[in-house]
Design a protein around this ligand. Structure first.
Ligand code: 5CA
Length: 442
């Protein structure tokens, strides 16, 4: 992509309305614009990151055996009345009346609708287990939308729903999602810690929040320091094997959010030097609630003995849009964002230090062409801006590598390669630079 043909409205000054660094940097880097309170337009750069995160989340859901569907954003109130949540949800739910005076709502979550959908298709216990997920916009009329897309009113969520015949099988489905979350957040460059959590309006008796540590996090969390260093299962993990040992390892050390925290237990179980009290951002939340929705919505199947039994379910959420902010909170410096390779909007930023100079233009065009043909996604700054402005813009948007090409270097057959994370610059021949960048992304 040539910057001269792109839409990247970056901002020099710090926007006053932004209280935390991720919100500031997303506005400054031209990733989002507020449309109304807690509701955002995703500009090209932000949209690319959102899609990359979505794809990693999808990939890991599918690896764990979940199957993708797409439910609507607007739902009828009927099923919610049947489950009893229409009243419970209160003002957070956006209620809409259609032209026929039917009560509708913009879905804040989908337990009712998926339960009803699954009911219309399931024939017998042989169709179980099944886990269906979708990645869809939600609306919650938060009292205090804040921190940009971190606590928005409209936000993108991945939500999965498991259906099993017995509690024991349901637990296995829960474990698959637990492990899949460890892998997902690891691939996004995050250290997420599973913590015992409160179930709130979703309900149920087993629940974990996945929390990343950040000073600007909304919740206070307490855990054993060891959890930060645990290794995450590899891509070759067999999800049908016994996952209990992995779950046991990750849930043995003390870890709890504010609501579940027990100061006495924390002090008794964890040595003082290992006690970590910090702020955290909730990027995922998983629940097991058994037959809480299947009973009122009449979802049952005949088991092998011919008996009708209610299905055991759980639901599993990832805050896809929140993750964009969470990743920035975890990875930035004074100059801007530092994207992990897996979610960066482009791979390489190519800076032409003297656009209009024939030799420099030719060298840039050649590199742009060859890198692009090698499947490297390049953002080529071919504008007439000053070198200083180009450098600070490129640092702000945080692409992992910068390739800097100027007239003096070109005359000597040299270019500069800069690593955004370390700030290290290396002068290399054009060939060496090309090889280095292509090998980085192989
Ligand atoms: N149905 C369940 C699981 S699918 C559910 O709705 N869980 S939740 O309420 O915990 O939301 C799942 C995830 O969505 C949260 O972990 C969080 O990362 C994200 N999320 C929740 N509310 C917001 C919000 N207002 N803005 C951005 N992300 C949010």
């Amino acid at each position: 992509m040539r910057l001269s043909k792109y839409f990247l409205p970056t901002i020099k000054e710090n926007p006053k309305e932004a209280e935390i660094v991720s919100h500031r940097l997303m506005l400054r880097a031209g990733m989002i614009r507020q449309a109304s309170a807690g509701i955002y337009t995703w500009l090209p750069l932000g949209f690319k990151v959102l899609k990359k995160i979505e794809n990693i989340v999808r990939d890991e859901q599918e690896r764990a055996g979940a199957i993708e569907v797409l439910m609507p954003t607007i739902q009828s109130a009927d099923l919610w009345k049947q489950s009893g949540r229409y009243e419970d949800y209160g003002k957070e739910m956006l209620r809409i009346t259609d032209r026929h005076d039917r009560e509708m709502l913009y879905g804040p979550t989908n337990e009712e609708l998926i339960t009803d959908t699954f009911k219309s298709g399931v024939k017998s216990y042989r169709d179980l287990p099944c886990n269906l997920f979708h990645i869809q916009w939600k609306f919650r009329d938060e009292v205090r939308p804040r921190f940009g897309i971190m606590r928005g009113r409209e936000f993108l969520m991945k939500d999965a729903y498991s259906f099993d015949l017995t509690v024991e099988e349901g637990r296995k489905s829960y474990n698959k999602m637990f492990v899949s979350y460890l892998r997902t957040f690891d691939r996004l460059g995050l250290k997420a810690i599973p913590m015992a959590a409160d179930t709130g309006p979703i309900g149920g008796d087993m629940s974990h929040e996945f929390i990343i540590l950040a000073e600007t996090g909304e919740s206070e969390v307490y855990c054993h320091r060891d959890l930060i260093e645990f290794d995450v299962p590899g891509a070759d993990l067999d999800y049908d094997s016994d996952l209990e040992p992995i779950i046991a390892k990750w849930t043995a050390p003390y870890a709890a959010t504010d609501e579940e925290h027990d100061a006495e237990r924390f002090a008794a179980e964890v040595d003082e030097k290992d006690r970590l009290q910090a702020r955290g951002i909730e990027v995922g939340h998983i629940f097991f609630f058994g037959s809480k929705y299947s009973k009122p919505l009449n979802l049952s199947v005949q088991d092998a003995t011919g008996q009708q039994v209610a299905i055991e379910s759980g639901s599993y959420g990832v805050g896809v849009s929140r993750l964009v902010g969470a990743i920035i909170e975890a990875s930035h410096d004074d100059n801007g964002i530092i994207w992990p390779k897996s979610v960066s909007p482009f791979d390489v930023g190519l800076i032409n230090l003297k656009a209009g100079d024939d030799a420099t233009d030719a060298a840039c065009e050649d590199l742009y062409d060859r890198l692009t043909k090698d499947n490297i996604d390049v953002l080529y700054d071919d504008t007439n801006d000053r070198a200083g402005a180009k450098f600070s813009n490129m640092d702000l948007i945080g692409l992992p590598w910068q390739l800097i090409v100027g007239p003096r270097g070109v005359a000597a057959g040299e270019v500069e390669v800069k690593c955004r994370a370390t700030g290290e610059r290396e002068t290399l021949s054009v060939e060496e630079a090309f090889n280095k960048l292509t090998s980085e992304f192989r």
